[in-house]
Design a protein around this ligand. Structure first.
Ligand code: SF4
Ligand code: SF4
Length: 414
């Protein structure tokens, strides 16, 4: 495994990362990945033996680290393989020191919010859609009044899954890690995922008691809580990995946590993390893999729509190409336009924050314009928070690629 800190010595100061950083491009508050990443990290390393308690992250000497959105674009473009975003995420944890403000503690716990909000969905959703009440929430908590917060579904995907009758004539078994957004906000996406997998000969197991992967805690800088969340989730998925199940995820960012970030960023190197990591698939990666094996059902009906597709930053972080685009290519009549703008700006919880909302909207503005310019019927994107941001910024309904495949199989309408 790569030690992310050691990669900083490979920096040749070419500034490619700074040129690509979408946040540095729109605000003077963030000096860019080279400065905040490898350059500043040298000072953190020098300070570490004197200041950092044993076992803790090295302290951060600069405050601008909090303006890094964690999109990961810098790590993807660095020709030297410097793990800049990963270094920054660790540095933010050191800067925060486990002392999250109340707002960040709340938005970093989507499973808690989902558990509390689901039974009271009508009241919670009325609050979320009331601008005067959102104004109060912004004043009290610091969540921007216009930030895209999805409505609670009022039912959970786990409830659907517990009633769903599994297919009998399956040729393979997969475990489905649905994540918090599917469970509490988009249970219909989970149901379509199960049906698409079943259509392709899968017996789909939905492990009970799945909890948050800890990504929002990690990106807000609370590593101890993120590690505890990681351990809980991996304990739930481990029996399936050990039994040889492939584990598929529809949330591309949460899937990346299980695949790589628990180990690389949170430093969790116990055997169970590696065992689960090796069984993880992004859902489109898995379906395209089936196709490459000649095992994907391709009896697609035409979907005559114009659809821009945005591969979100975390999807690109998987390093698997763009399997959603490959799958779309199998659907007759679908006119897909791949977006070239790098980032929608939201970066999970980043763009929800009062002080960062406008930065996130400015980052996403080129993408929103590019999407609108296609004259779209609908847009597609693999990440939930990015879908909500794109719909908010562009006014275009934005769906997960699975929803398009489900429509092409005749499971649902678009
Ligand atoms: S792109 Fe990589 S090598 Fe170039 S300045 Fe950034 S960290 Fe250094
Ligand atoms: S993770 Fe994104 S916002 Fe942060 S430094 Fe890298 S490119 Fe910039």
């Amino acid at each position: 495994m790569v030690d992310v800190r050691l990669t900083l010595d490979h920096c040749v100061k070419c500034n490619i990362c700074t040129t690509a950083c979408p946040v540095a491009a729109v605000t003077p508050l963030f000096p860019g990945p080279k400065y905040v990443g490898p350059q500043a990290e040298r000072f953190r390393l020098e300070l570490e033996p004197m200041i950092a308690p044993e076992g803790s992250e090295a302290p951060s000497p600069d405050h601008s680290i909090d303006y890094c959105s964690g999109c990961g674009i810098c790590s993807q473009v660095c020709p030297q393989g410097v793990k800049i975003a990963e270094i920054n995420t660790r540095a933010r944890a050191a800067y925060v020191g486990g002392q999250l403000p109340l707002r960040n503690q709340l938005i970093a716990r989507p499973d808690l919010l989902g558990t509390l909000g689901t039974p009271f969905a009508p009241i919670a959703n009325a609050t979320l859609s009331s601008q005067p009440l959102r104004g109060v929430v912004e004043s009290v908590l610091g969540i921007h009044a216009e930030a895209p917060l999805p409505p609670f579904a009022g039912r959970t995907f786990q409830q659907w899954a517990s009633r769903h009758r599994r297919v009998r004539n399956a040729v393979r078994s997969v475990a489905y890690f649905h994540g918090c957004s599917t469970n509490y906000y988009e249970p219909g996406l989970g149901a379509l995922t199960v049906q698409v997998l079943e259509r392709n000969g899968c017996r789909v197991i939905v492990p009970r008691g799945q909890t948050c992967c800890g990504l929002p805690l990690q990106s807000n800088g609370d590593f101890p809580a993120a590690r505890a969340a990681a351990q809980r989730l991996v304990n739930t998925l481990l029996p399936y990995a050990e039994a040889g199940f492939d584990i598929v995820a529809t949330s591309t960012s949460c899937g990346l946590m299980l695949k790589r970030e628990y180990i690389e960023i949170l430093g969790l190197d116990a055997p169970e993390f590696k065992i689960v990591s090796e069984r993880m698939w992004d859902i489109c990666e898995y379906l395209w893999h089936l196709h490459e094996q000649g095992e994907l059902q391709t009896d697609f009906r035409p979907v005559p729509l114009t659809m821009p597709y945005h591969a979100p930053c975390q999807q690109k972080g998987h390093g698997i190409g763009k399997p959603a685009l490959d799958l779309f290519g199998l659907i007759p009549g679908l006119r897909v336009a791949e977006m070239t703008s790098a980032c929608c700006g939201i970066a999970g919880t980043y763009g929800l924050k009062k002080e960062k909302y406008q930065i996130a909207m400015d980052v996403g503005a080129p993408l929103f314009a590019e999407i609108r310019a296609t004259g779209p019927d609908v847009a597609a994107c693999d990440s939930e928070t990015c879908r909500w941001q794109i719909a908010h910024g562009s006014g275009v309904r934005t769906v997960h690629p699975i929803e398009v495949l489900a429509a092409a199989y005749g499971i649902c309408d678009m």
